[in-house]
Design a protein around this ligand. Structure first.
Ligand code: M6R
Length: 587
């Protein structure tokens, strides 16, 4: 949430920072700004709107060091004034996170003074200016000691030929380039600029200059942080001829399944020892990651016969969860940064549970809150709507369920390889265009299914709501008659997912109940009998026949494409849906 970039080097800073911000826009895109330092003077530009709103100013911004920000508003509406950077005295800062005690700090240190913006961040720069005694590091640590909340604060100061940064909870990476050094919220910002990066830990402060990087831990002692290869490359940012990242990433679903399988063996032994003897599993996550937990619950109960439940991380952390040393808590998160999921994992850890992280971000904070880490290898996911990370999560969770069952994963892996090829053919599924037209014309679209199909229905509904802004929900098909049926009319679409032969007749009851009331129905299915029974009375989207436990991977592709095509028909930007950001690092 919010992206920050900083650079100190031999090139024009504004250009590099602008490029980095464009790549971090998935973290927030309601306003943006850049500040550069030249000859002891800071010049800044900030504008409401997307990063490209800054484009016209870059050529006039000279200076070889600076900072930039792309915002997802928390305090204060998106506006030029509230956009970052913020300045006071010799300092200019950008901030990612939330300062929870900002009003107390304002009252205590600046009583009666007029602030320029409505942001929580402005108090940070004012405090820096207040406590600065000629030593930037000391000022940063002093200010940090007063702050409650999450922050990655990058600062430039007219006295210092570099960028200073301090962090708590919000991520910061350091990038080592050939012609200068960098800071950023996430690796894609530095693709092509830095082959090597390192990750700051909470409490760390770094001074980044053209000549080098000095890092200090929370005790203000100099430390080294491991340098690793930057996995984000220019190729990972390429749209590969697709009009949007979402489509590109749906096309990468097969690879996410295969790569996640291939990486599983690196985690398997550790996982086995961590979960050995566990008699209960709770899967926690938010949004799509929670929805993959709905699938995991079913896998774990089915294969391992261990009681399992999926819980929304933000609920888990506040409902005094009952866990014991024989409870495994599986925290699922694409980014490994989601605040609620991190706190849920930390809480479970502190209560003695065995915590397993399932994440697409190998160096993320979540990996540091877990006894074992199972990688999802989906590659960088840029679109705000999760697609390939969801299928990667399902693959990882399927294998975890086999490990919990004490089974060898060889056969399961082969099944996943096979299904990845079916996902490839599902990308060409026919009929999605016309269903997308139907959904785009609807005032509401809701999804129904049973068991695993229900879990995909929940995800399909989230995807459609998120990027097309069409209201709806995902419900168990059997629940239809207990309330949701009241929605049915000619302007509402029901999408029923039917891939489970055992339950197909039951799900068809829901189809009949909607049709009988004049509602519009589409069925996503791979069952021949379903097609016969429909007799053309509802639109049918045929997906490839497959192992019924793995059908969510195939039907996921269909619902993702449906959401994508509907959003495009409605002229929505599927990569950057309104009001949202990809990594939700605040509560
Ligand atoms: O990075 P995470 O997997 O923890 O993110 C969780 C949710 O914020 C995320 O899945 C969100 O729901 C997606 N935008 C859905 O497409």
């Amino acid at each position: 949430m919010c992206g920050i970039v900083g650079y100190a080097g031999g090139r024009k800073a504004a250009e590099i920072i602008y490029e980095g911000l464009l790549r971090l826009e998935y973290r927030g895109y309601d306003s943006a700004g850049i500040a550069v330092l030249k000859d002891g003077k800071i010049s800044a530009v900030k504008r409401q709107g997307r990063v490209c709103a800054l484009g016209g100013y870059i050529k006039d911004m000279d200076g070889k060091l600076g900072i930039g920000h792309t915002r997802w508003a928390t305090h204060g509406s998106p506006s030029d004034i509230n956009a970052h950077p913020h300045s006071a005295g010799k300092f200019t800062i950008v901030h990612n996170g939330i300062i929870e005690n900002y009003s107390q700090l304002k009252a205590e240190y600046f009583d009666g003074e007029k602030f320029t913006s409505e942001t929580d961040s402005e108090v940070v720069v004012r405090l820096l200016d207040k406590f600065y005694d000629g030593d930037i590091t000391r000022a940063l640590f002093k200010v940090a000691s007063l702050l409650n909340g999450s922050y990655a604060v990058a600062a430039v100061c007219t006295d210092f030929d570099g960028v200073a940064v301090i962090k708590n909870k919000s991520p910061v990476i350091i990038g080592y380039g050939n012609d200068g050094n960098f800071i950023a919220s996430d690796a894609p910002a530095l693709a092509g600029f830095c082959g090597e990066i390192s990750f700051l830990k909470d409490g760390d402060c770094a001074l980044v200059t053209r000549g080098g990087v000095s890092i200090f831990d929370s005790a203000m002692q100099g430390v080294l942080r491991e340098r690793v290869k930057n996995s984000a490359t220019n190729a990972s940012l390429d749209l590969n001829g697709c009009p949007h990242y979402m489509l590109k990433e749906i096309r990468e679903v097969p690879a996410s399944v295969v790569n996640t399988c291939n990486a599983y063996s690196s985690a398997e032994e550790k996982l086995k020892s961590v979960v050995s003897g566990c008699d209960r599993v709770i899967i926690v996550g938010c949004g799509t990651a929670y929805n993959s937990g709905l699938i995991a619950k079913r896998y774990i109960e089915k294969f391992a016969r261990i009681p399992a439940e999926a819980e929304i991380a933000g609920e888990f952390r506040y409902n005094r969860p009952v866990v014991t040393p024989t409870t495994a808590v599986i925290a699922v998160s694409q980014s490994g940064e989601t605040a609620d999921t991190l706190e849920a994992a930390k809480l479970a850890y502190s209560l003695g549970a065995k915590v397993v992280a399932v994440t697409n971000a190998p160096y993320s904070q979540l990996t540091r809150c877990a006894h074992a880490v199972v990688p999802v290898v989906a590659g960088h996911e840029i679109c705000v709507a999760a697609t390939k990370s969801y299928t990667g999560q399902i693959a990882a969770l399927y294998l975890i369920a086999h490990t919990l069952a004490g089974r060898d994963i060889g056969e399961a892996t082969q099944k996943l390889f096979k299904i990845s090829r079916l996902c490839e053919s599902a990308i060409e599924t026919e009929g999605i265009d016309s269903l997308a037209h139907m959904c785009a014309r609807s005032v509401g679209t809701y999804f129904l299914g049973r068991d695993l199909d229900y879990a995909v229905a929940v995800e399909g509904s989230l995807k459609l709501r998120e990027i097309s802004y069409i209201a709806g929900g995902g419900y168990p098909a059997g629940e239809l008659k207990h309330g949701t049926l009241a929605l049915v009319d000619e302007n509402v679409v029901a999408v029923v997912i039917i891939t489970d032969k055992r339950l197909a007749d039951k799900s068809m009851n829901a189809v009949e109940q909607v049709l009988a009331r004049g509602g519009k129905v589409a069925v996503i299915s791979n069952i021949a009998e379903t097609e016969k029974e429909l007799q053309g009375r509802a639109q049918l989207i045929k997906i490839p026949d497959c192992d019924e436990n793995l059908s969510p991977l195939v039907s996921a592709v269909a619902v993702q494409l449906l959401a994508y095509k509907t959003a495009v028909l409605l002229n929505r930007d599927p990569d950057k849906p309104r009001n949202l950001a990809k990594s939700v690092t605040v509560e």
